[in-house]
Design a protein around this ligand. Structure first.
Ligand SMILES: [Zn+2]
Ligand SMILES: [Zn+2]
Length: 350
Protein backbone atom coordinates (compact mmCIF):
# COMPACT_ATOMS: atom_id res chain seq x y z
CA UNK A 1 0.00 0.00 0.00
CA UNK A 2 2.61 2.48 1.07
CA UNK A 3 4.85 1.39 -1.77
CA UNK A 4 2.12 1.89 -4.35
CA UNK A 5 1.25 5.26 -2.92
CA UNK A 6 4.85 6.26 -3.23
CA UNK A 7 5.03 5.14 -6.80
CA UNK A 8 1.94 7.13 -7.54
CA UNK A 9 3.54 10.17 -5.98
CA UNK A 10 6.61 9.68 -8.14
CA UNK A 11 4.61 9.71 -11.32
CA UNK A 12 2.63 12.63 -10.07
CA UNK A 13 5.81 14.59 -9.36
CA UNK A 14 7.21 13.92 -12.77
CA UNK A 15 4.07 15.33 -14.31
CA UNK A 16 4.03 18.55 -12.36
CA UNK A 17 7.69 19.22 -13.09
CA UNK A 18 6.86 19.50 -16.76
CA UNK A 19 7.03 23.22 -17.60
CA UNK A 20 3.72 24.57 -18.75
CA UNK A 21 1.60 21.99 -16.97
CA UNK A 22 0.40 23.84 -13.97
CA UNK A 23 -2.42 21.65 -12.82
CA UNK A 24 -2.40 18.23 -11.28
CA UNK A 25 -3.30 15.79 -14.08
CA UNK A 26 -6.90 14.72 -13.88
CA UNK A 27 -6.31 11.25 -15.26
CA UNK A 28 -3.24 9.27 -16.09
CA UNK A 29 -2.70 5.76 -17.32
CA UNK A 30 0.44 3.68 -17.49
CA UNK A 31 1.19 0.24 -18.76
CA UNK A 32 3.95 -2.10 -17.77
CA UNK A 33 3.94 -4.80 -15.18
CA UNK A 34 0.76 -3.22 -13.98
CA UNK A 35 -1.96 -1.46 -15.89
CA UNK A 36 -2.83 1.25 -13.48
CA UNK A 37 -5.15 4.16 -13.59
CA UNK A 38 -5.31 7.02 -11.19
CA UNK A 39 -8.01 9.56 -10.99
CA UNK A 40 -7.68 12.75 -9.05
CA UNK A 41 -10.74 14.71 -8.12
CA UNK A 42 -10.84 18.14 -6.63
CA UNK A 43 -11.97 16.72 -3.32
CA UNK A 44 -8.72 14.80 -3.11
CA UNK A 45 -9.82 11.31 -4.05
CA UNK A 46 -7.46 8.91 -5.76
CA UNK A 47 -8.43 5.51 -7.09
CA UNK A 48 -5.81 2.97 -8.09
CA UNK A 49 -6.57 -0.15 -10.03
CA UNK A 50 -3.72 -2.58 -10.08
CA UNK A 51 -3.67 -5.59 -12.38
CA UNK A 52 -1.73 -8.61 -11.26
CA UNK A 53 -1.93 -12.31 -11.94
CA UNK A 54 -3.71 -12.85 -8.65
CA UNK A 55 -7.46 -12.94 -8.15
CA UNK A 56 -9.36 -9.80 -7.49
CA UNK A 57 -9.32 -8.43 -3.98
CA UNK A 58 -9.73 -5.08 -2.46
CA UNK A 59 -6.33 -4.59 -1.01
CA UNK A 60 -7.22 -1.78 1.25
CA UNK A 61 -8.21 1.76 1.72
CA UNK A 62 -6.10 4.17 3.66
CA UNK A 63 -5.94 7.71 4.71
CA UNK A 64 -3.08 9.59 3.15
CA UNK A 65 -2.10 12.23 5.59
CA UNK A 66 -3.04 15.45 3.84
CA UNK A 67 -0.87 18.47 4.07
CA UNK A 68 -2.59 21.17 6.02
CA UNK A 69 -1.09 24.51 6.87
CA UNK A 70 2.58 24.73 5.96
CA UNK A 71 5.48 27.09 6.63
CA UNK A 72 8.36 26.69 4.21
CA UNK A 73 10.76 29.30 5.54
CA UNK A 74 11.71 28.99 9.22
CA UNK A 75 15.05 29.49 10.99
CA UNK A 76 16.40 27.91 14.17
CA UNK A 77 19.52 28.36 16.28
CA UNK A 78 21.53 26.75 13.47
CA UNK A 79 21.22 30.14 11.77
CA UNK A 80 23.48 32.67 13.41
CA UNK A 81 20.82 35.38 13.50
CA UNK A 82 18.38 33.14 15.38
CA UNK A 83 18.64 31.65 18.86
CA UNK A 84 15.53 29.49 19.05
CA UNK A 85 16.15 25.74 19.43
CA UNK A 86 14.65 23.55 16.71
CA UNK A 87 12.45 21.74 19.24
CA UNK A 88 10.93 25.02 20.31
CA UNK A 89 10.17 25.97 16.69
CA UNK A 90 8.48 22.58 16.25
CA UNK A 91 6.30 23.14 19.30
CA UNK A 92 5.43 26.65 18.06
CA UNK A 93 4.51 25.24 14.65
CA UNK A 94 2.22 22.60 16.15
CA UNK A 95 0.59 25.22 18.36
CA UNK A 96 0.02 27.41 15.29
CA UNK A 97 -1.71 24.58 13.44
CA UNK A 98 1.18 24.00 11.02
CA UNK A 99 1.39 20.43 9.77
CA UNK A 100 4.48 20.68 7.60
CA UNK A 101 7.55 22.86 8.10
CA UNK A 102 10.86 23.40 6.32
CA UNK A 103 13.79 24.62 8.41
CA UNK A 104 15.81 26.80 6.06
CA UNK A 105 19.08 27.74 7.73
CA UNK A 106 21.37 30.46 6.42
CA UNK A 107 24.29 29.40 4.27
CA UNK A 108 26.54 32.32 3.37
CA UNK A 109 29.72 32.20 1.35
CA UNK A 110 30.53 35.89 1.11
CA UNK A 111 33.63 36.50 3.25
CA UNK A 112 32.29 39.99 3.99
CA UNK A 113 29.26 38.59 5.77
CA UNK A 114 29.16 39.99 9.31
CA UNK A 115 28.48 36.66 10.98
CA UNK A 116 29.93 33.24 10.22
CA UNK A 117 26.77 32.08 8.52
CA UNK A 118 27.58 28.58 7.44
CA UNK A 119 26.19 26.08 9.90
CA UNK A 120 27.12 22.66 11.18
CA UNK A 121 25.26 20.53 8.65
CA UNK A 122 25.70 17.10 10.32
CA UNK A 123 24.59 18.52 13.70
CA UNK A 124 21.60 20.14 11.99
CA UNK A 125 20.56 16.87 10.36
CA UNK A 126 21.00 15.04 13.63
CA UNK A 127 18.75 17.51 15.44
CA UNK A 128 16.25 17.26 12.58
CA UNK A 129 16.16 13.46 12.99
CA UNK A 130 15.62 13.92 16.72
CA UNK A 131 12.72 16.33 16.10
CA UNK A 132 11.21 14.01 13.50
CA UNK A 133 11.25 11.19 16.03
CA UNK A 134 9.75 13.39 18.69
CA UNK A 135 7.11 15.34 16.71
CA UNK A 136 6.70 13.25 13.56
CA UNK A 137 3.16 12.16 14.40
CA UNK A 138 2.02 15.79 14.38
CA UNK A 139 4.50 17.63 12.18
CA UNK A 140 6.26 16.75 8.93
CA UNK A 141 9.72 18.31 8.99
CA UNK A 142 11.69 19.01 5.82
CA UNK A 143 15.44 19.54 5.68
CA UNK A 144 15.96 22.95 4.12
CA UNK A 145 18.70 25.46 3.54
CA UNK A 146 18.69 29.13 2.49
CA UNK A 147 21.71 29.76 0.30
CA UNK A 148 22.83 33.32 -0.38
CA UNK A 149 23.84 34.06 -3.97
CA UNK A 150 24.23 30.44 -5.12
CA UNK A 151 25.10 31.73 -8.63
CA UNK A 152 28.13 33.61 -7.29
CA UNK A 153 29.47 30.65 -5.30
CA UNK A 154 28.67 27.65 -7.51
CA UNK A 155 31.49 25.43 -6.26
CA UNK A 156 30.68 25.91 -2.57
CA UNK A 157 26.96 25.56 -3.30
CA UNK A 158 27.40 22.34 -5.24
CA UNK A 159 29.56 20.89 -2.50
CA UNK A 160 26.99 21.45 0.25
CA UNK A 161 23.99 20.46 -1.85
CA UNK A 162 25.56 17.23 -3.08
CA UNK A 163 26.87 16.16 0.29
CA UNK A 164 23.67 16.19 2.37
CA UNK A 165 20.10 14.98 1.77
CA UNK A 166 18.23 18.28 1.46
CA UNK A 167 14.50 18.36 0.83
CA UNK A 168 14.26 22.02 -0.07
CA UNK A 169 16.64 24.79 -1.15
CA UNK A 170 15.88 28.50 -1.02
CA UNK A 171 18.02 30.78 -3.19
CA UNK A 172 18.41 34.32 -1.81
CA UNK A 173 19.97 37.55 -2.96
CA UNK A 174 21.12 39.26 0.24
CA UNK A 175 24.27 40.76 -1.27
CA UNK A 176 23.61 42.55 -4.56
CA UNK A 177 27.34 42.38 -5.26
CA UNK A 178 30.24 40.90 -3.32
CA UNK A 179 30.68 44.29 -1.62
CA UNK A 180 27.14 45.58 -1.15
CA UNK A 181 24.67 44.13 1.33
CA UNK A 182 21.12 44.98 0.36
CA UNK A 183 20.18 45.98 3.89
CA UNK A 184 22.97 48.57 4.12
CA UNK A 185 22.65 52.30 3.50
CA UNK A 186 25.34 52.16 0.79
CA UNK A 187 23.16 49.91 -1.31
CA UNK A 188 20.49 52.60 -1.58
CA UNK A 189 23.02 55.36 -2.37
CA UNK A 190 25.47 53.60 -4.71
CA UNK A 191 23.51 53.49 -7.94
CA UNK A 192 22.61 57.16 -8.40
CA UNK A 193 19.29 56.98 -6.58
CA UNK A 194 17.28 54.43 -4.65
CA UNK A 195 15.09 53.60 -7.64
CA UNK A 196 18.18 52.57 -9.58
CA UNK A 197 19.27 50.47 -6.59
CA UNK A 198 16.08 48.44 -6.84
CA UNK A 199 16.64 48.10 -10.59
CA UNK A 200 20.20 46.87 -10.01
CA UNK A 201 18.86 44.38 -7.48
CA UNK A 202 16.39 42.82 -9.91
CA UNK A 203 19.03 42.71 -12.66
CA UNK A 204 21.37 40.80 -10.40
CA UNK A 205 18.49 38.54 -9.39
CA UNK A 206 18.17 37.56 -13.04
CA UNK A 207 21.69 36.12 -12.89
CA UNK A 208 20.74 34.13 -9.82
CA UNK A 209 17.51 32.92 -11.47
CA UNK A 210 19.33 31.86 -14.62
CA UNK A 211 22.23 29.93 -13.17
CA UNK A 212 21.91 29.37 -9.40
CA UNK A 213 21.21 25.94 -7.94
CA UNK A 214 18.08 26.31 -5.81
CA UNK A 215 14.41 25.28 -5.76
CA UNK A 216 12.59 28.45 -4.76
CA UNK A 217 13.65 32.06 -5.15
CA UNK A 218 13.25 33.64 -1.71
CA UNK A 219 11.76 37.06 -0.81
CA UNK A 220 11.91 38.56 -4.31
CA UNK A 221 11.84 42.24 -3.38
CA UNK A 222 13.98 41.87 -0.29
CA UNK A 223 15.28 45.52 -0.29
CA UNK A 224 11.71 46.65 0.39
CA UNK A 225 12.19 45.38 3.93
CA UNK A 226 14.96 47.91 4.55
CA UNK A 227 14.38 50.82 2.20
CA UNK A 228 12.15 53.05 4.35
CA UNK A 229 14.92 55.25 5.87
CA UNK A 230 16.63 55.81 2.52
CA UNK A 231 13.91 56.58 0.01
CA UNK A 232 12.20 59.86 -0.72
CA UNK A 233 8.99 58.57 -2.31
CA UNK A 234 6.79 55.54 -2.50
CA UNK A 235 8.31 52.23 -3.46
CA UNK A 236 6.13 50.56 -6.10
CA UNK A 237 7.21 47.25 -7.61
CA UNK A 238 5.25 47.98 -10.78
CA UNK A 239 8.02 50.43 -11.78
CA UNK A 240 10.28 47.38 -12.23
CA UNK A 241 7.83 45.20 -14.13
CA UNK A 242 10.20 44.49 -17.04
CA UNK A 243 13.07 43.43 -14.78
CA UNK A 244 10.83 41.33 -12.52
CA UNK A 245 9.12 39.62 -15.45
CA UNK A 246 12.54 38.66 -16.85
CA UNK A 247 13.35 36.97 -13.54
CA UNK A 248 9.98 35.18 -13.49
CA UNK A 249 10.50 33.98 -17.06
CA UNK A 250 13.85 32.41 -16.12
CA UNK A 251 12.28 30.79 -13.04
CA UNK A 252 9.47 29.24 -15.07
CA UNK A 253 11.80 28.05 -17.83
CA UNK A 254 14.00 26.26 -15.31
CA UNK A 255 11.09 24.60 -13.48
CA UNK A 256 11.79 26.53 -10.30
CA UNK A 257 9.45 28.64 -8.20
CA UNK A 258 9.00 31.67 -5.98
CA UNK A 259 7.78 32.12 -2.42
CA UNK A 260 5.38 34.49 -0.75
CA UNK A 261 7.37 35.55 2.31
CA UNK A 262 5.28 37.15 5.03
CA UNK A 263 8.11 38.61 7.13
CA UNK A 264 7.66 42.08 5.62
CA UNK A 265 4.24 42.33 7.27
CA UNK A 266 6.04 42.15 10.61
CA UNK A 267 8.28 45.01 9.51
CA UNK A 268 5.25 47.24 9.11
CA UNK A 269 5.12 46.93 5.36
CA UNK A 270 1.68 46.68 3.83
CA UNK A 271 2.37 43.59 1.71
CA UNK A 272 4.25 40.32 1.78
CA UNK A 273 7.45 39.95 -0.17
CA UNK A 274 6.89 40.00 -3.12
CA UNK A 275 3.56 41.87 -3.23
CA UNK A 276 0.42 40.94 -5.15
CA UNK A 277 1.37 42.30 -8.62
CA UNK A 278 4.35 39.92 -8.83
CA UNK A 279 2.23 36.91 -7.89
CA UNK A 280 -0.32 38.00 -10.54
CA UNK A 281 2.37 38.34 -13.24
CA UNK A 282 3.87 34.99 -12.28
CA UNK A 283 0.53 33.22 -12.55
CA UNK A 284 -0.36 34.91 -15.84
CA UNK A 285 3.01 33.90 -17.30
CA UNK A 286 2.35 30.24 -16.47
CA UNK A 287 4.12 30.03 -13.12
CA UNK A 288 2.92 27.01 -11.14
CA UNK A 289 5.37 26.47 -8.29
CA UNK A 290 4.76 28.69 -5.31
CA UNK A 291 5.63 28.19 -1.63
CA UNK A 292 4.62 30.19 1.44
CA UNK A 293 6.84 31.00 4.40
CA UNK A 294 7.05 33.23 7.45
CA UNK A 295 10.86 33.59 7.55
CA UNK A 296 10.44 33.24 11.32
CA UNK A 297 13.50 33.83 13.48
CA UNK A 298 11.37 33.78 16.66
CA UNK A 299 8.95 31.13 17.87
CA UNK A 300 5.97 33.49 17.97
CA UNK A 301 6.50 34.20 14.26
CA UNK A 302 6.20 30.59 13.06
CA UNK A 303 3.19 30.38 10.75
CA UNK A 304 2.59 34.13 10.94
CA UNK A 305 0.33 35.49 8.19
CA UNK A 306 0.42 32.25 6.19
CA UNK A 307 -3.32 32.58 5.56
CA UNK A 308 -2.71 36.04 4.08
CA UNK A 309 -0.14 34.53 1.71
CA UNK A 310 -2.57 31.78 0.68
CA UNK A 311 -5.28 34.36 0.02
CA UNK A 312 -2.85 36.29 -2.19
CA UNK A 313 -2.09 33.13 -4.13
CA UNK A 314 -5.78 32.48 -4.63
CA UNK A 315 -6.40 36.05 -5.67
CA UNK A 316 -3.79 35.58 -8.40
CA UNK A 317 -5.62 32.44 -9.58
CA UNK A 318 -3.52 29.75 -7.90
CA UNK A 319 -5.44 26.70 -6.73
CA UNK A 320 -2.31 24.88 -5.48
CA UNK A 321 0.89 25.60 -3.61
CA UNK A 322 4.06 23.52 -3.62
CA UNK A 323 5.64 21.36 -0.93
CA UNK A 324 8.96 19.55 -1.34
CA UNK A 325 10.63 16.28 -0.52
CA UNK A 326 14.10 15.31 -1.80
CA UNK A 327 14.03 18.57 -3.77
CA UNK A 328 11.01 17.46 -5.80
CA UNK A 329 7.93 19.68 -5.77
CA UNK A 330 4.45 18.37 -5.24
CA UNK A 331 1.40 20.55 -5.61
CA UNK A 332 -1.30 20.51 -2.95
CA UNK A 333 -4.63 22.24 -3.08
CA UNK A 334 -4.75 25.48 -1.19
CA UNK A 335 -8.15 24.61 0.19
CA UNK A 336 -6.75 21.28 1.42
CA UNK A 337 -3.95 23.13 3.08
CA UNK A 338 -6.31 25.48 4.80
CA UNK A 339 -9.11 23.19 5.88
CA UNK A 340 -7.16 19.98 6.17
CA UNK A 341 -8.98 17.64 3.82
CA UNK A 342 -6.73 14.68 3.12
CA UNK A 343 -6.40 12.33 0.16
CA UNK A 344 -8.09 8.95 0.20
CA UNK A 345 -6.61 6.14 -1.79
CA UNK A 346 -8.52 3.07 -2.86
CA UNK A 347 -6.47 0.20 -4.26
CA UNK A 348 -7.98 -2.84 -5.91
CA UNK A 349 -6.08 -5.91 -7.06
CA UNK A 350 -7.79 -7.19 -10.19
ZN1 LIG B 1 16.79 35.67 3.50
ZN1 LIG C 1 15.36 33.46 5.85
Amino acid sequence: MARLAERFTDIFCMRIKTPGISEIPGVYARTGVYARMGVYARTGVYAHIRRTSRRSVISGMGYHRGVMRVDYHVHTEFSNDCNVPMEEQCRAAIAAGIRQIAFTEHEENNPREFLPFSFDHPAYLQELAHCRARFGDRLTIRAGIEISEPHRYPVETERVLRRYPWDFVLGSLHWVSAELNTGAREFFTSYGGWRESFRAYFREMLNLARSGDFDILAHMDYPARYCAPYIDGAYDIREYEDEVRAVLRAIIERGKGIEINTSSLRKRLSAPCPPQPVVDWYRAMGGAILTVGSDAHRSDHVGADIDTALQMAQQAGFTHIAIYEHRRPRLVEIEDVRVGIGDWRLEIDV
